[in-house]
Design a binder for this molecule. Sequence first.
Ligand code: CTP
Ligand code: CA
Length: 222
Amino acid sequence: LAVLGRSDILAGEHMLVTAGGTREAIDPVRYIGNRSSGKMGYALARAARDMGASVTLVSAPTALRAPQGVHVVPVESAAEMHAEVERAFEEATMLVCAAAVADYTPATVASEKLSKADGELTSVPLVKTRDILADMSSKKGDRIVIGFAAETNDLSRRAVDKLARKGCDAIVANDVSRSESAFGSDTDAVLWVTGEGAEEIPCMDKQDLAYELLKRAKELKS
Ligand code: CTP
Ligand code: CA
């Protein structure tokens, strides 16, 4: 794997990566978020750079340092991420969607901070967000598009379903109920699912896994 670290496997490719967990505003101070650390997406962006690609990282908020030599586009919400991915997709030759994107967003955003003094707030009406991965897959042309699936049960069946539903080239599925694949972990064990079938990739450091996944992604091109 160290050999993959500095290589030209992805020379000439423009890799677009999404990372982090989106934040959907409720009011100016509160949001609906998720447990994504962004570690896998950032590892993929660094790996793509090391393997010779030019890299754009559309990142929802994380606590991570921006990788050197990578074009980072910061976003907050699912809608912002969708707009920036759509823009960058034009030039991209490969897309990896590692972000945890909100499936629902508040139907309206309060322009001022909500206060308990305003009365009981017991629910927040939500509307569905658009699916970035499915949307890009539907217009992928000869690009390679890879998605992730974080599941707690029925890993393989759900991953196979997701591959078909999204129309992408591969799904990287992990079981976030297992300690080695938990949110925030530096390691992951995944299932690599393509039209050819499913293959287990054993637990390893996320940076090493990133090299392995991008090598496999590139192989889908030939
Ligand atoms: N994804 C996306 N845009 C969305 C939702 C998801 O691009 N609005 C991408 C994620 O980045 C990931 C893949 O789709 O690569 C799968 O996300 P996941 O949440 O597992 O799939 P969903 O279709 O949202 O299904 P679920 O009901 O299991 O959340
Ligand atoms: Ca989802």
